[in-house]
Design a binder for this molecule. Structure first.
Ligand code: OOB
Length: 538
């Protein structure tokens, strides 16, 4: 069945153990379809149904299906072979779907990088994957990706093609790639690597996460089930489409699985997002907490009809309970908290959970086959309800990072559980409360201060819009507690904050030593607050 001419792409890939794979297949989690086939199925079922909503009008499922086929044939005609890796760095535009499905159909492996990645990340990822091509847009905002490609190309010896959406400059126009289909596309083995995601890790260089067709198709289908996505839904990709959350939780791939329409947003500001929601009657979208806070506040001043929105998913970082409670009153839709990771495991609050569970937990595992352990620093399971590190394995969680054997020895247990680094508590219902990251703790003279806990208290202070706690180097204590606040109105003094936190019953050693105001907080490529940068800023 495997038709890839070489299997070099599997060097350094850590497969599912054979027994587990057999189990996931026989239990029906893995359906044996390649992701490219999901689009074929949707186009057969309802060819005229809208797939991608663009400014110029809708592309039907038949249109998208045909465009993906032409792209697949064109890519193969360039000499890119099944199993080859291609770095994709596109903004949230309709062509993202054509490129993604074109690559998947041809059995070529997209390495999905984010628009905010720059030379260090792209060079590293392209070399690690031995990429043969790099797909970019000409420019976005004031950034020229062709200039980035010109820097990257000489540093990546395997790179043969740079394909540019828009004006190509010295490179090849993406619009010149598609070819009319001539013959059959090569068969794609559903157990083979479909695509590579980039780890969201905040330490060291990003790692590659290889996901197979059958595991990722299951991720999308099960997510679509939990969010009750149907062909009547309109999904809006607000976060960068290359990220696991808008891509497959349920995201674009979930939409294709059920034949729903989807659309893209390049600017997630409330002004532009609300206009798109109104225009396309968007029903579901996904945000990171800082954006959710912004949208919730913006209903005060942005005039728009958001009545089509039925579900707002929020995840990627801890959504403070106070902010969670504001979502439904402000936006008039159900909130779903999503605690997921590119490595696999996704937890969702369910649509019919009590509002208490929805506002105070980060959900429970998507799949009955997800295995979770909550362990102490010695790897021993904690008492039910106690805090510990979350370990997991299951039908859509990787067994190792791609080409990273040394790191894998630490990041996975000998029996194949992924060590998430996340600190959680598990309720009797199975819902998890994320209480921090193993490393997102400030060690103040031997006392541990959880940044999440402190931030939650700070957000309760009137006028505080965003809060970040970081450990700052201190000659005496080792680390001291630094706090950065974004406020609307007057900035509180350090004394006022300390008095407030003491009033909320916080231990003295958790009180900030240093307080700083900022206009905005620095964010990572997907929009999470970037603690690394904050620490560097001091
Ligand atoms: C999502 O994926 P990544 O790979 O960018 O980041 C994963 C990490 C988790 O290990 C955890 O530390 C944090 O991000 N995280 C959360 C969270 N969701 C993710 N921490 C607290 N509360 C949450 N709700 O971020 C991701 C992937 C798929 C769906 C949603 C998010």
């Amino acid at each position: 069945m495997t038709s890839t001419s070489t299997s070099a792409h599997r060097d350094g890939y850590v497969p599912f153990p054979a027994a587990a794979a057999a189990e996931y297949r026989s239990a029906g989690y893995w359906a044996g379809r390649a992701i490219g086939d999901l689009l074929t199925d949707a186009a057969r079922r309802a060819p005229a149904a809208p797939a991608v909503l663009t400014d110029a009008g809708p592309w039907s499922y038949a249109d998208l299906d045909a465009a993906a086929d032409r792209m697949a044939h064109g890519l193969l005609a360039l000499g890119i072979a099944p199993g080859d890796r291609v770095v994709v760095q596109l903004p949230n535009v309709p062509e993202f779907a054509t490129v993604l499905f074109g690559l998947l159909r041809a059995g070529i492996i997209p390495v999905l990088t984010l628009p905010a990645h720059r030379r260090a990340e792209i060079e590293h990822l392209a070399n690690l994957a031995e990429a043969v091509a790099y797909v970019i847009a000409d420019e976005l905002g004031d950034f020229d990706y062709r200039a980035l490609a010109a820097e990257v190309r000489p540093a990546v010896p395997t790179l043969r093609h740079v394909l540019v959406l828009g004006s190509p400059g010295e490179f090849t126009a993406l619009s010149a790639v598609p070819r009319e289909p001539s013959g059959e596309l090569p068969a794609v083995d559903p157990s083979d690597i479909a695509l590579m995601l980039v780890s969201g890790g905040t330490t060291g260089l990003p790692k590659l996460i290889a996901r197979t067709h059958e595991d990722y198709a299951y991720n999308a289908a099960a997510s679509a089930g939990i969010t009750r996505l149907t062909a009547d839904d309109v999904y809006l990709a607000t976060l960068p489409a290359a990220h696991n959350f808008p891509l497959a939780c349920p995201g674009i791939l979930g939409a294709v699985t059920v034949g729903a329409a989807f659309t893209f947003l390049t600017d997630p500001s409330p002004e532009s997002a609300f206009a798109v929601i109104e225009r396309h009657r968007v029903t579901v979208t996904a945000l990171v907490p800082p954006l959710a806070q912004l949208w919730t506040a913006a209903v005060e001043w942005e005039e728009a009809d958001l009545s089509s929105l039925r579900l707002l998913q929020v995840g990627g970082a801890r959504l403070a309970d106070v902010n969670a409670r504001e979502v439904t009153p402000a936006l008039g839709c159900t909130l779903q908290q999503v605690f997921g990771m590119a490595e696999g495991l996704i937890n969702y609050t369910r649509l019919d959970d009590s509002s208490e569970l929805i506002c105070t937990t980060q959900g429970r595992p998507m799949s009955p086959a997800d295995e979770l352990r909550v362990v102490d620093e010695n790897g021993v399971d904690v008492e039910p309800g106690s805090e510990g590190e979350l370990l997991t394995r299951g039908p859509y969680t990787i067994n190792g990072y791609y080409r990273a054997p040394e790191h894998n020895a630490r990041a996975f247990t000998p029996d194949g559980f992924y060590r998430s680094g996340d600190l959680v508590r598990r309720l009797p219902s199975g819902h998890l409360i994320v209480s921090g990251r193993i490393k997102d703790v400030i060690n103040r003279g031997g006392e541990n201060v959880s940044c999440d806990e402190l931030e939650e208290h700070l957000l309760a202070y009137p006028g505080v819009r965003h809060a970040a706690a970081v450990g700052l180097a201190d000659a005496v204590l080792g680390e001291k507690v630094g706090v950065v606040l974004v406020v609307s109105g007057a900035m509180p003094s350090l004394t006022e904050i300390k008095t407030f936190l003491t009033g909320r019953g916080l231990a003295t050693y958790k009180l900030p030593d240093v307080l700083r105001q900022a206009e905005t907080l620095p964010v990572t490529a997907v929009g999470k607050i970037d603690k690394k940068v904050l620490r560097e800023q001091g």
